[in-house]
Design a protein around this ligand. Structure first.
Ligand code: C5J
Length: 225
């Protein structure tokens, strides 16, 4: 075992990269590009772009280290059988989930909007988890995949900080995983929710996990201790 120490708040954390997976949450066109689910809800989708560069750097470093990298996508089956009525009918979006939009049907698997953005495309062999909910463990094979691979720690990033990243971190924490969240690799349509979401993770001695950033994770992965 070769552990590295990642500087983080509330304190540094030692991890074995071989037992650590990166989970990139929902870096999809539906959330990041005009005409997708995020914009139908009235959001300024350009606010999420800031996470792309830092995630790319994180992926390059963790691919070099041959770490397990998992991508997730939020979306529903074309017949909407996995989409709760309460989710479809909620709010007053300009186009509802399942209805046609500029990038195909909104938040539907297989449509152009469901794709991961070009800059962060998964490489062959990197698992992609399709999830109907906000959390990556709910109704997916993520738990068994992590167990099979002997994973103990997760580096969780993506969008949005306070919704799918937070829900996944909470689910993972309850399942016994130590979660590191590099803050600059996450983004929200609401900068204040992003800030508060990160504070909530690291408060109370790290109630849900550890908060770091891409620079500190990369520094740690560049050296063994
Ligand atoms: C949302 C997500 N915000 N990926 N999904 O609905 O955070």
């Amino acid at each position: 075992m070769s552990t590295v120490t990642v500087e983080a708040e509330p304190e540094a954390i030692a991890i074995d990269p071989a037992c650590t997976a990166v989970i990139v949450i929902d870096m999809q066109r539906d959330f990041l590009e005009p005409g997708g689910f995020g914009e139908t809800l009235g959001n300024d989708v350009s606010l999420l772009q800031r996470a792309v560069g830092p995630i790319r750097a994180l992926l390059e470093a963790t691919r070099r280290r041959k770490m397990l990298i998992i991508h997730t996508r939020e979306g529903h089956l074309p017949d909407l059988s996995d989409a709760p009525k309460a989710k479809i009918e909620r709010g007053a979006p300009s186009i509802r989930i399942g209805a046609p939009g500029p990038m195909g049907r909104i938040l539907i698997r297989g449509e152009a909007g469901h794709d991961i953005v070009e800059a962060l495309k998964p490489l062959p062999g990197e698992p992609v988890i399709d999830k109907p909910g906000k959390g990556a463990f709910y109704a997916t094979g993520l738990g068994s995949l992590l167990q099979q691979r002997g994973i103990e720690n997760l580096i969780v990033c993506g969008v949005t900080t306070e919704v799918c990243v937070h829900t996944t971190v909470r689910e993972a924490n309850d399942r016994g995983y130590k979660c590191i969240v590099p803050g600059d690799c996450c983004a929200s349509y609401f900068p204040e929710f992003h800030e508060m979401g990160l504070k909530m993770i690291k408060a109370q001695g790290g109630i849900f996990g550890w908060v770091s950033d891409s620079t500190r994770v990369l520094v740690a992965l560049g050296r063994d201790r």
